[in-house]
Design a binder for this molecule. Sequence first.
Ligand code: BG6
Length: 516
Amino acid sequence: MSSPTPAPSPNLLTAGSSDNLFPQPCTLVIFGGSGDLSNRKLLPAIYNLALDGVLPTNFAVVGFAIDDLDDVRFRAFARNGIDKFSRRPVVPEHWSDYERSLFYVRGSFNEAEAYQRLKARLEEIEPAAGIPGNRVFYLAIPPSLIDVSVRQLAAAELVRPPTELPFSRIIVEKPIGRDLASARTLNDTVAQAFDESQVYRIDHYLGKETVQNVMVMRFGNAIFEPLWNQKYVDHVQITVAEEEGVGTRARYYEEAGATRDMVQNHMLQLLCTIAMEPPWSNAAEVVRDYKLAVLRCLRPMAEDEIDKSVIRAQYGPGFEHGVDVPGYRREEGVKPDSTTETYVCMKLFVDNWRWSGVPFYLRHGKRLPKRATEIAVQFKDVPEVLFNRRPQTPVEPNVLALRIQPDEGMSLRICAKLPGPKVKIYPVKMDFRYGSTFGEQSPEAYERLLLDVMAGDPTLFMRRDAVEASWRWVTPILDRWKHSGTRWLPEYPAGTWGPLEADKLIASDSRKWRTL
Ligand code: BG6
């Protein structure tokens, strides 16, 4: 696809409404500031925002955690994470200035005094940095610590009412519960101290450039939307394939599994973005209402339907880049008889006028052959006349594939005539690549999302009702598995595209998984 040189335009439609909102001077307090998420994602994201010059001028980060650090060691910790994980390297001339905005308060999350120390420190940092007292509390901590942290924040009078300035906002990381009941409990806990308008539940997939682009692609172009329905779409496939295994996260993953880890949140959000009705405005609540409507239309599955339409599996020993890798049950921290799924695929339906009868196939797994996230919309076959007359040589259907990562872009498969005296049809691709069109590297999801919180734009965050609607649909699947008494799961060799059962699921509808 030939692409024009992009020109900045005030009319650019964005997935959120943050164009009219600006990041406000504030302090970002990272609960779990010395932890893994902070090191790999948050501190590098903030540094990149600083490099771009988009952070508010008056801004500070306070790491808050039990580890024995002080400001100096926290700065070294941040530097180390940025050196390893930032999309751009540290600029030494800039760093010495920048690091002065990083602070650390040591304390246990259930110790009231720690919050008093935090408060005192904030009251010292803020006037010096010209911050008017706006605070964003980022809970980068295990779910078991959320309750106590929220209570202590409130008890220390660190949470201001929603309508008052300076503002208090809270960012909650996934997992938001492990089923509908626990998600409700967690949401109730947060709601004891924070109004919903102050709560930002992160689903980092929503911060990815290419996910935001799905809306632009759908509603910023005239040619797709007329075809975006059951009359023209045969089916939709959403794939999130990962090459990596469970790595060092077995403790969390054993309790979660692929469905809780990826389907309940990221994949259902991708589904909402691709299936939602055109919102009448890009205001946060409108966009979020329209996405919620998709979740509410998901067809519930009875137990026999779950057995037929949802496949789970676990990776066995195999290869990654030609090197032997162990099966899931042999990974460190995994029970030798674990039945945690590392792969899941399913067929589901969105029961509304637009999508009636159109299957959506979702698949996700760890230790698949490559990292690739894609949403593919396959259109119906052309009539069996003219070029599609002969059943032995069917014309390939059109497919619009939105590549979310890593090779961001989109392609449209169309049929063309092979050059030559006879009419021979050949499928070709019209391809758009972010990299070659826009040149620069896309910002990380966390960059966009942190900026949105500072600006007070919740569009790309999960509202309570959406999180619960999603769990309402997923929980019966998890319950079915819990009560099935299964002692083993189908296995797929690491480095392959999942179990045979997954191929059978889609083949029974005379379709096949896309080759990525
Ligand atoms: C996280 C999951 O939310 O998303 C991980 O907990 C997963 O298991 C990760 O690997 C994938 O994110 P990304 O951005 O690398 O696709």
